[in-house]
Design a binder for this molecule. Structure first.
Ligand SMILES: Nc1ncnc2c1ncn2[C@@H]1O[C@H](COP(=O)(O)OP(=O)(O)OP(=O)(O)O)[C@@H](O)[C@H]1O
Length: 255
């Protein structure tokens, strides 16, 4: 049994098909990237895996638990970071972390230990008593990541969580994710930026128009695309069969 099993998954919003019959197994203990251009269905897929959004048809299980009927159970071992994290701007990071700790009933000694460890690893100790609303984008993103890790989840789902970070912040977060996965935990994150997927993920699924165009390690995708080039962008274009380079590249690049 894979950690996450997705079977015949379809999600429609009215006449729009966001997920078009996806079947996918995701093993635990790795960093898994969902790569695709805007509107390809990444957020929808991550929300369904997280039990936030019900599918139109098909099923998802996480650690054997159905994502619709067992959403409450999944929530206990899930850390979810939405595309635009909702942070209390008028709280300080330490107040926000304590609030999350109380929601998850974490005892105060453990909570303190985790807050100290994460804030030190992500280098935000000096901002712990500043209002969240006054912090930079990258620091807010680090606060969101810590708040999702504080209850020691087995699964971390990050929707575009690495976009827009400066190189130092993204390196630090990459190391944190690597450490998290090395303990047998699973990270799934979405991005439309090739370099991020290429640098961070053990496995990549390419999502395109609600379909999986390819899944595997970069090496496997390269083989499937019949490409000698390690450039994920070229592999993407070959697997999706999209020849409209200008349009596609524009949608993939961080504008
Ligand atoms: N609540 C909604 N109501 C109607 N259509 C929606 C809704 N949410 C998403 N869609 C549509 O479903 C498709 C997939 O959207 P989704 O947000 O999952 O893609 P995405 O890959 O995460 O995009 P982005 O990179 O822009 O965040 C798009 O066509 C989008 O317009």
């Amino acid at each position: 049994m894979s950690f996450i099993e997705i079977k015949d998954l379809v999600k429609k919003y009215g006449n729009t098909t966001a997920i078009n019959n996806i079947t996918l197994d995701i093993d635990g203990g790795q960093i898994y990237g969902i790569l695709g251009p805007n509107g390809s269905g990444k957020t929808t897929l991550l929300k369904i895996i997280s039990g936030i959004l019900p599918p139109t048809s098909g099923s998802v299980t996480v650690n054997g638990i159905n994502a619709v009927t067992g959403a409450d159970s999944i929530k206990k071992f899930l850390g979810y970071i939405p595309e635009t994290p909702a942070l209390y701007e008028s709280l300080t990071p330490i107040e926000f972390f304590n609030f999350i700790g109380s929601v998850f009933n974490i005892d105060s000694a453990t909570l303190k230990e985790r807050i100290n460890a994460f804030s030190s690893a992500l280098e935000i100790e000096k901002y712990m008593n500043e209002f969240i609303g006054s912090l930079s984008f990258g620091t807010k993103q680090k606060v969101a990541i810590i708040s999702a890790l504080i209850h020691d989840p087995q699964l971390l789902v990050m929707d575009e969580g690495m976009n827009g970070l400066d190189p130092r912040s993204s390196r630090i977060i990459k190391e944190l994710l690597r450490d998290f996965a090395s303990k047998g935990r699973t990270v799934i994150f979405s991005t439309h930026i090739m370099e991020i997927a290429e640098n961070v993920c053990d496995t990549i699924s390419i999502l395109y128009n609600g379909n999986i165009a390819g899944t595997g390690s970069l090496e496997k995708l390269k083989e499937e695309a019949g490409s000698n080039n390690t450039d994920l962008e070229e592999i993407f274009l070959r697997l999706t069969g999209d020849n409209d380079l200008d349009t596609l590249l524009n949608s993939l690049k961080d504008l």
